[in-house]
Design a protein around this ligand. Structure first.
Ligand code: C5P
Length: 238
């Protein structure tokens, strides 16, 4: 994998024009763009198509699906024409739901003749503290639940998980080398930390076992996003 392929830039903005311009500006310097619920709810599949078609970049569609298996499978089939490289679901949806997502991705790709999207599972949202987890009936350290859900995801046929810098080394040790670890919370030493709590530098995260990095504001809020992306790629060995 080229160093630039590791970088997925988070386009956390609701408007097509802004996302489109940013993506086009970063073509060749990043491995893809991450668009999430905020953008999808505002602009729908057509908005996604517009941003990605212009930039010619792989898509990480961060929709965090969580429903009964039949509905999640249907949602996976519905987004398959967008040909995302990655799509997220919640691991807490359980083994049948995870399996249904993975099977639907494979079936639909074969039907459409497009590459199979990789399903990534979200384990425990990093916004949930120990108190929040206790409030929803989840006792014990969050890290244990993360490891349990990551192992369940792998056993249920999904391709990887989204995990925080704090979890990447433990999950890398637990899971096979071809199981993708997608890691947000990345901050080069020269970028503002902002609201992220536990951050890691890009090279440090890869050394710990990250395959792909989700990077938003260190690139998108920089006065020169291209230069910032280039600098990160260089830190990764480009
Ligand atoms: O701007 P920044 O680099 O902090 O953006 C990180 C991206 O990764 C955002 O889209 C954020 O929602 C997402 N993310 C995260 N932490 C998680 C999961 C997702 O920062 N645990």
């Amino acid at each position: 994998m080229r160093p630039t392929d590791r970088i997925f830039v988070a386009l956390d903005m609701p408007d097509i024009a802004g996302a489109r311009a940013m993506a086009a500006d970063l073509t060749g310097l990043v491995g893809g763009v991450k668009l999430g619920l905020e953008f999808f709810m505002a602009q729908g599949p057509d908005g996604i198509r517009t941003v990605v078609a212009d930039a010619g970049l792989p898509l990480f569609l961060d929709l965090k699906l969580h429903d009964i298996p039949n509905t999640v499978a249907g949602a996976v089939r519905s987004v398959a024409p967008l040909a995302p490289l990655f799509l997220t679901v919640h691991a807490s949806g359980g083994p049948s739901m995870l399996r249904a997502a993975a099977d639907a991705a494979a079936d639909e790709a074969a039907k459409l003749g497009v590459p199979r999207m990789k399903i990534l599972a979200v384990t425990v949202l990093t916004s949930l503290g120990e108190d929040d987890l206790a409030a929803i009936g989840q006792q014990g350290p969050a890290q244990d639940q993360v490891r349990r859900l990551a192992a369940l995801s792998q056993a249920s046929g999904v391709d990887g998980v989204v995990c925080s810098p704090a979890e990447v080394a433990a999950l890398r040790a637990d899971l096979p080398a071809d199981f993708t670890l997608m890691v947000p919370g990345i901050r080069p030493s020269w970028a503002a930390v902002g609201d992220q709590k536990r951050v890691m530098g890009p090279a440090q995260a890869v050394a710990a076992g990250a395959d792909r990095l989700v990077i938003g504001r260190p690139i998108t809020a920089d006065a020169d996003p291209r230069a910032a992306a280039r600098r990160i790629a260089e830190e990764l060995g480009a």
